[in-house]
Design a protein around this ligand. Structure first.
Ligand code: ASP
Ligand code: MG
Length: 415
């Protein structure tokens, strides 16, 4: 059991620091926590659309800008935010210091634009906290062993916050965002969606990897590994948000619903390889080539082969489509297959819930609900607490609504 050390990490996303008025409000919030007697570390993202705008600027100059230079460029967004927030906090009479990833001791590998945090040397942060300062750290960035600036992948400020919380043994990590918490599904698509009170790390991981955009996947992995309690909440009001933690801690809170949330991902492309000679080692060869090209594969389905001829279908992300075509081109030389079909008009819908493990019939119910809407299921994959189906993209809204209603997620709890 962790000892309370009164350190909290507060992370504010791009919309929460979108302009100087909002930055002043963030300053108030941070100072309030400090005045409650907490040692406060703040992590901020770049203001509003800054990161996108910086990417566009580089795009005006080059189709394939160097990745090291892109990280140099993108890291400036967060540097603006930390400085402005520090100025706002000082203006209100509180003591604080802003630190870049480098100054905060966040060391990463050199996978520019998608770097992983290797370790954090937190001595500087601890020194500043001890001297009574609020410490403001630039999210999304770190430093390689060569001293070059790296970034952690889009949305990476969450990961900075969680990694700092883990390293400092913080009591919890608050993620302030433009929504009230994690919802049973995307409220923009289904207005009846409800805020979820508590989620386990595994549920949050499954939701995040199934397309729910509230938290960076790697951040949740950090939280789980280091047992950091997470609170996802709105930066525009004081409402309680969604807690993500080991379920046992808050178990009194719940009679667990079987399905906790419905997530979807329209950023999917289905590739089918027909007439594949079905001999040992073919799948290994096929997927090794995709792995070597850094293309992650999501769902995979292989049919029962007839006369040693099989079909394998799998899904990848939209942005990997050109690279995938290139891989398929040279695979043609080393393995035998008849034909390839690439279908970008697919999407994945998933239901997630820890209660699924102990309730039979959840898959059947899901397929029934989709069937009743006349939605064809093209692929299926499951984990102990998730079921995902690949369907046609133009039916996704339909599917999400049907599942959300079918599993009673639109009902107030306790009814
Ligand atoms: N500014 C970065 C991005 O927009 C990191 C973040 O917001 O977490 O992806
Ligand atoms: Mg952002």
């Amino acid at each position: 059991m962790k000892v309370k050390n009164d350190i909290i990490v507060m992370k504010f996303g791009g919309t929460s620091v979108g302009n100087t008025d909002k930055i002043k409000k963030v300053a108030d919030r941070v100072i309030k926590s400090k005045n409650e007697g907490l040692k406060v570390v703040v992590v901020v993202s770049a203001m509003g659309d800054t990161t996108d705008n910086l990417i566009d600027l580089a795009g005006n100059i080059s189709k394939e800008p160097g990745r090291r230079e892109m990280d140099m460029l993108l890291s400036t967004g967060e540097q603006v935010s930390i400085a402005l927030l520090a100025i706002a906090i000082q203006e209100k009479g509180s003591d604080c210091v802003s630190l870049t990833g480098n100054q905060a001791g966040i060391y990463t590998d050199d996978a520019y634009s998608n770097a992983k945090i290797l370790h954090i040397s937190n001595a500087r942060i601890i020194k500043e906290l001890k001297s009574g300062k609020i410490v403001i750290v630039a999210g999304f960035q770190g430093i390689t062993s060569n001293g070059d600036i790296s970034t952690l992948g889009r949305g990476g400020s969450d990961t900075t916050a969680l990694a700092l919380a883990a390293s400092l043994g913080a009591d919890y990590c608050e993620i302030y965002t433009d929504v009230d918490g994690v919802y049973t599904t995307d409220p923009n698509m289904v207005p009846e969606a409800k805020k979820i009170e508590v989620l386990s790390y595994d549920e949050m991981l499954e939701l995040a990897s199934s397309g729910a955009k509230v938290l960076h996947l790697r951040a949740v992995e950090f939280a789980k590994k280091h047992d950091v309690i997470l609170h996802v909440r709105s930066s525009f009001n004081d409402n309680e948000g969604t807690w993500v933690m080991d379920k046992n801690i808050k178990s009194e809170k719940m009679e667990r619903p079987v399905v906790t949330g419905v997530a979807y991902d329209t950023n999917q492309v289905k590739i089918s390889i027909f007439g594949l000679t079905d001999i040992p080692g073919v799948a290994a060869k096929l997927f090794s080539e995709f792995a070597n090209a850094n293309i992650s594969i999501d769902l995979i389905v292989q049919n029962v082969s007839e006369k040693s001829i099989a079909t394998i279908s799998f899904t990848i992300k939209n942005e990997d489509i050109n690279e995938a075509k290139r891989v398929l081109g040279y695979l043609k030389k080393s393995i035998e297959f008849k034909d390839v079909n690439i279908d970008p008009d697919v999407a994945k819908v998933s239901i997630v819930g820890a209660g699924m493990q102990t309730h039979p019939g959840v898959a059947a119910k899901m397929f029934n609900l989709l069937g009743n809407e006349n939605i064809n299921i093209e692929m299926i994959s499951t984990s102990p607490i998730r079921i995902s189906c690949v369907i046609k993209k133009d039916r996704i809204k339909n599917a999400v609504k049907a599942l959300h209603t079918g599993f009673a997620l639109d009902k107030e709890k306790g009814l």
